[in-house]
Write a protein that binds this ligand. Structure first.
Ligand code: ASP
Length: 572
């Protein structure tokens, strides 16, 4: 079977040893060639008896013609130690063979290119200009941990951009009104789940504009991508939800709206002795959600106890705020588990939590405090239980073509700083929730900077689909004095660190217009569009969970001489 160069089609080549001359030679040679040898062949295209199948290993097969071989010239050889069978699974250290043998993976990479092309077309039509910004930038405390690039000018280093944020704002002060870029971003962060140390964003910024303008542009762009690439319609306008509502109802700032069990605060409905049984916290908030697992309470009970005993359940059982309270609706058996909750509770509690026979009700305590961060324990449990129920066939898997977009907005401008994250390095115990260039939402929020900055709301929005944050952005501070006040007086950054941003402050001082922007995580967007869980399946050369490229084996250790070039020493 002769594969086409790009493996989209194939044709049968026939040769026989019975013929003399050139053909016989070709036949002998063909027999020595291993599968996957690149070749030039010559032959006669002949009609053949219609083949039974019209595909072969995922390729389109030519069914009514075959090639009668006259000559075959190998262009390279493939040694015996490389074994490529139909079912061989290659590791990431052989990415070329993964890509060569996995048509779906190759198609994802091609789909990605089509999406980039489509986005360029759509944005171009709307007057957006594609502009490149430097990769060698400088270290500034924007929020993420950076990669430094030492130079031979000893003691000096560039930093790789965590995003082109500052340059794109500078472009707005430079008279460009609509900028975009497929920007490579670099963040030296702990590599949780599916994060890559380098990733691609579709980065956009627009001047003389505010939140509504960007949201409308993104809705237009996503609609076009979904329509052109996935042949699917999306709503004209995406629904919106405040951060408070998302955290309260879904325990997540990226709610997966395909699952509809909502979380409810039931503190006021619970007797104190029950509360003390489920948490050591004083004055806690107790939240609950209901999930329908089965009509049979036995199945539900087995499901939840298996889950909590599994490695996925461990973190929930070890929660210092208390384990989840589990209640299974059962009309026949005496009440178990949270017996004191009783059916009387069901009457008093929110109607949405009324449980039927076989339903599961989960309670969880948390400290009574404003929401901060991306999720609550109960929000994580809500997702984990849905996923487990789907995996075990107790719940229908979400329709892969069901995309529930939602804008999350009204985030707090600042969040308590987390020790393990760099933030802006200020001493106020606060870090910008999005980044320190995000504007307070209203005049009242500007006033709060002076009195209670932790209460200020940001002009920040995230676009979320099916529980995945596709991107986020904000209206920016375009007034230099406000920006400097935030650095110095709110975040309490050291004067030297504020000076690292002097270029930006000078740019804002120069009559910079109001501006607003967003960045879409292109890898994640592509994973969603390709129905893939991992961004590794939509990146040609992704890094492993440890940030390594297992194929080229990076990062590697520079030699002593290489370190010397930069005036550096390595103390292992
Ligand atoms: N630079 C931001 C980020 O990387 C996006 C934006 O605010 O436009 O998240």
């Amino acid at each position: 079977m002769l594969r086409s160069k790009n493996q989209t089609w194939c044709i049968q080549v026939v040769s026989t040893g019975n013929i003399e001359g050139e053909e016989a030679e070709a036949h002998v040679r063909l027999r020595t060639l291993r599968e996957w040898t690149p070749v030039v062949i010559r032959g006669k295209l002949l009609e053949r008896k219609q083949a039974k199948n019209d595909t072969f290993l995922g390729m389109k097969m030519i069914t009514d013609r075959e090639i009668s071989l006259t000559s075959v010239t190998p262009l390279n050889e493939i040694p015996n130690d490389i074994i490529i069978k139909q079912d061989t699974v290659f590791g990431p250290e052989q990415r070329h063979l993964q890509l060569r043998t996995d048509a779906e993976l190759r198609n994802n990479i091609i789909k990605r290119q089509r999406a980039v092309k489509r986005a360029r077309l759509e944005l171009g039509d709307q007057g957006w200009k594609e502009i490149e910004t430097p990769i060698l930038f400088k270290s500034t405390p924007e929020g993420a941990r950076e990669f430094l690039v030492p130079t031979r000018n000893k003691g000096f280093a560039y930093a790789l951009p965590q995003s082109p944020q500052q340059y794109k704002q500078i472009l707005m002060a430079s008279g460009f009104t609509r900028y975009f870029q497929f920007a490579r971003c670099f963040r030296d962060e702990d590599l949780r789940a599916d994060r890559q140390p380098e990733f691609t964003q579709l980065d956009m910024e627009m001047s003389f504009a505010a939140e509504e303008d960007i949201m409308a542009e993104i809705e237009r762009l996503l609609r076009a991508l979904w329509f052109r690439i996935l042949k699917q319609k999306t709503p004209e306008k995406f629904p919106r939800m405040t951060y408070q509502e998302a955290m309260a109802s879904y325990g997540s700032d990226k709610p997966d709206l395909r699952y509809n069990s909502k979380i409810h605060d039931i503190t006021q409905h619970l007797p104190a002795d029950l509360i003390s049984k489920i948490t050591p916290l004083q004055q806690p908030t107790i939240e609950a959600f209901k999930i329908s697992i089965s009509d049979d309470p036995k199945v539900t009970r087995k499901f939840i106890s298996n889950f909590l005993d599994s490695p996925d359940g461990k973190a929930f059982l070890e929660n210092p705020d208390g384990q989840p309270g589990v209640f299974v609706g059962d009309q026949s058996a005496p009440m178990q588990g949270l017996g004191p909750l009783g059916y009387q509770y069901v009457m008093e509690g929110p109607e949405a939590l009324a449980i039927d026979h076989g339903d599961l009700l989960i309670l969880q305590a948390r400290p009574t405090a404003p929401f901060a961060g991306g999720s609550t324990v109960l929000g994580n449990l809500r997702l984990a239980l849905h996923k487990a129920a789907v995996a075990q066939g107790l719940m229908d898997a979400p329709d892969p073509h069901d995309y529930k977009f939602v804008w999350i907005h009204d985030f707090p401008l600042f969040s308590p700083s987390v020790e393990s994250e760099p933030g802006q390095g200020g001493t106020a115990g606060l870090a910008a929730t999005h980044h320190p260039f995000t504007a307070p939402k209203t005049a009242e929020d500007v006033d709060l900077l002076l009195t209670a900055p932790e209460k200020a709301i940001a002009a920040h929005y995230d676009i979320v689909v099916n529980g995945v944050e596709l991107g986020g952005g904000s209206r920016r501070i375009h007034n230099a004095a406000v920006q400097e006040f935030i650095f110095r007086d709110v975040l309490k950054m050291k004067p030297e660190r504020v000076e690292d941003f002097r270029h930006l402050l000078d740019v804002l001082r120069s009559g910079c217009p109001p501006h607003c922007g967003i960045a879409l995580g292109w890898d994640r967007l592509m994973a969603i569009m390709c129905h893939k869980e991992s961004v590794r399946d939509v990146i040609a050369f992704p890094k492993s969970g440890k940030g390594e490229d297992l194929m080229v084996k990076s990062p590697n250790k520079p030699t002593t001489e290489q370190w010397d070039t930069y005036g550096l020493q390595c103390n292992p």
